[in-house]
Structure formats: structure tokens, C-alpha cells
Design a protein. Structure first.
Length: 252
């Protein structure tokens, strides 16, 4: 019940796959949004694929795709661009006959969660959001030469492929400030949001989750995973909580 998908965002081709539940009917739709890759693309890594299959088996028509610059998708990593990629994913899910468009959900991880929060703040089609290890802001990138170091590493990883990108460094850097979730998360209400974060997160300190929770409107929920690291997609406790939370929203 899985089929390949091609999305188009800013004339870029984004690679994805749609996982459908193993029974007929109109299902809630879920888009899973990966984080900023920390290693080069590895087609043998099936972690997100297996996660999408799990949520599909639980009754969610689940879209998994690669943001621009990642995996088999075209383009170069750009934070505002990632938010537009989420719009392309929502647009696609809204066209699927097997999906109830009144029950469209986003679940993002780290930088993907940041893109989800930003998009959900301005797109009323999003009925609920699960934010996993999202930064509240990207302030650490702008300390000293940190952003230049990130740019070098992202070239090595392969999410920035064009040697001349970014064409305007200041504008590209401003995109991270523009998307900072803490400045937008309050606009998601009255749609619900769940924040999941590990208290041992080695990439995004748990204080970011608390800052987002304080800024968000109701209904909101913050669940801290004891000993949880940054890669919550491989934390069974976190993913079970996410699944049960989404089930409670989709059935209500």
C-alpha cells in the first residue's frame, strides 16, 4: 500500500512516498517531515520509511518526502524553502480521495518540526501538529562563524549542492530568523500542538521545548522524554505517545 510520489515546490522536484492504510475508507492524512540531515544520504536507511509504515498501519494515510536538498529531491537547503515544501505536501494530501481533508496532521523532527510549526501557523488546513525536538529559534547559528561552519558541513553532507549557493548570504541567513518557531507558534491555536522533547537531547536543549510551550496557545501539551536523545523517531516511548495523541485527535 505504498506508492512513489513527486511533489513540486518552487519548480523543484521533491521525492516522496505515500503509505495508505491496509483497508478502504477516508483516512486522516499525516505528513512526516524529517530533520536537517547530519550525514550524507543513505538509501539503505529505512528509519523514516518504517515510521511512515507504522502510522499507515494505524490508520493514517501517511506522506513521507524529502525536503529540497535532501535525499533524492532537487535543490539546496533553505529554511523558508522548507516551509514552502510543507505547503506542497499539504496541497498534495488535500487532493487524495482516500484522505479526509478536515483531518490533516503534520509531524516534524528538529528542523522539519520548525518548518511544520511555521506552516501550521499560517495554513488553517493543518488540524494538529506533533513537534519532535524542534528548536525554538536558530540563534546559535549566528554566533561567531558558526553559520559558515554549518554551510561547509552541509556542503559535505550534500544538502547544499550548488557551489554558488547561497547567492545572497545575508538573505539566506535571515531566512533562519524568519522561520524561528517561537515567533509563530502562538498562531497555531485553536488547533492543538504536542511538543515532544528528550531531556538528554544533545543537539537542541530541552529548554527550547519549554520556550515553545510557553509561547503556544491552547490546546497544547509538552511531554519530556526522560533520557531521550535528539533522534526521537527511534525512541519507542516518544513515537507511541505521538501515535496515541494523533489517534485521539483524529477520532474526536
Amino acid at each position: 500500500m505504498t506508492r512513489p510520489v513527486t511533489l513540486f515546490s518552487d519548480n523543484l522536484r521533491l521525492a516522496g512516498e505515500l503509505h495508505l492504510p491496509p483497508y478502504p475508507g477516508r483516512h486522516p492524512g499525516l505528513c512526516i517531515c524529517h530533520g536537517i540531515p547530519a550525514v550524507p544520504y543513505n538509501p539503505e536507511d529505512r528509519g523514516y520509511h518504517d515510521l511512515a509504515a507504522r502510522f499507515a498501519a494505524a490508520g493514517f494515510a501517511t506522506l513521507l518526502f524529502n525536503f529540497r536538498g535532501a535525499g533524492l529531491s532537487e535543490g539546496d537547503f533553505d529554511m523558508p524553502g522548507w516551509t514552502r515544501d510543507v505547503t506542497a505536501a499539504i496541497d498534495y494530501l488535500s487532493t487524495i480521495d482516500a484522505i479526509d481533508s478536515s483531518r490533516l496532521y503534520l509531524m516534524g523532527f528538529s528542523g522539519g518540526a520548525a518548518a511544520c510549526i511555521y506552516r501550521a501557523a499560517y495554513d488553517t488546513r493543518v488540524a494538529a501538529v506533533v513537534s519532535c525536538a524542534s528548536p525554538a529559534h536558530f540563534g546559535d547559528l549566528f554566533e561567531g562563524t558558526a553559520l559558515n561552519g554549518c554551510l561547509t558541513r552541509w556542503r559535505e553532507i550534500g544538502i547544499i549542492r550548488d557551489p554558488s549557493f547561497p547567492h545572497d548570504m545575508d538573505r539566506w541567513a535571515a531566512g533562519f530568523r524568519e522561520v524561528a518557531p517561537v515567533a509563530h507558534v502562538n498562531r497555531i491555536a485553536p488547533h492543538p500542538i504536542l511538543f515532544l522533547h528528550g531531556d538528554a537531547d544533545e543537539v537542541v536543549p530541552v529548554a527550547h521545548a519549554r520556550q515553545l510551550f510557553e509561547a503556544a496557545g491552547e490546546p497544547r501539551q509538552l511531554t519530556i522524554i526522560p533520557g531521550g536523545a535528539h533522534r526521537l523517531r527511534v525512541d519507542e516511548r516518544a513515537m507511541t505517545i505521538a501515535l496515541e495523541w494523533l489517534r485521539s485527535r483524529s477520532s474526536g
